[in-house]
Design a protein around this ligand. Sequence first.
Ligand code: OAD
Length: 271
Amino acid sequence: MSVADLLDVLKRGRKVAVLTGAGISAESGIPTFRGKDGLWNRFDPAQLATYEAFLKDPKLVWKWYLWRMHLIANARPNPGHYAVAKMEELFPDFLLITQNVDGLHREAGSRRLVELHGNIFRGKCRFCGKEYSEEEFSQLWPLAGRDFLSSISEEELKGQVFDEIDRGNLPRCLNCGEIVGPGVVWFGESLPEDALSRAFSFASSCDILFSVGTSAVVQPAASIPLYAKRSGAVIVEVNPEETPLSPYCDFVFRGSASQVLPQIVSSLEGS
Ligand code: OAD
């Protein structure tokens, strides 16, 4: 199947959804979760990405998140992110549904988006429920500020910054005084209600859904393309590897998001 075959379908499409996962940010230098070099091959999610882990050892959890935030603060969007931002201009009705917490889609210009798993630069107090925007959180705890993190080396992060954490410098909630955690969804937590309902309701009435750079195994995000398919949408997968979603797809592009998506966008623009 080629981009040209897809073009006919796209030209008729009015309502288009794009679901993205860690693979779209891989070429920006941000590791994915599964696969050979995936984070979950090197780290145990139960020790780092659960509320229980945070209660047991908030210093360890925050060091791991600051390490990831440092990587992200130094990363830039790649052609895949820019192509998705462009798609928003090309279709009358469009929604980007991302599982990524890195904010690179927004940095690339996407505006009609839902972040299903939250955003790593925001803060959330699990004790009283108070949420902090990126700006509020970096004021509360300057160690987590994007500008600060992008100004230091990995050695400085693991040296001075981790030492400060060991000495007890952790973000304390303005409301209840407890330790604030990152604004992401952990294993065992519910997804934000508004993001979830917006994603499912859009998927249930879209004409085309792109599933890009996701292993399509983490629920409930993994069922969004199937939900769209059941409602009659054409499903397009962009992923160098086969996923459990592949057999249900109408078009499959076995390539990287940063190569395939710009090709699709430029053929659309030229049509
Ligand atoms: P995964 O790490 O599970 O899957 C990444 C997918 O990207 C794989 O299918 C790869 O084949 C594909 N991939 C790798 N490089 C690519 C490239 N250059 N272009 C396109 N695709 C590429 O990541 P997710 O599916 O996002 O949740 O994982 C879903 C959730 O699991 C994450 O949001 C995270 C994780 O646990 C939470 O933390 C709640």
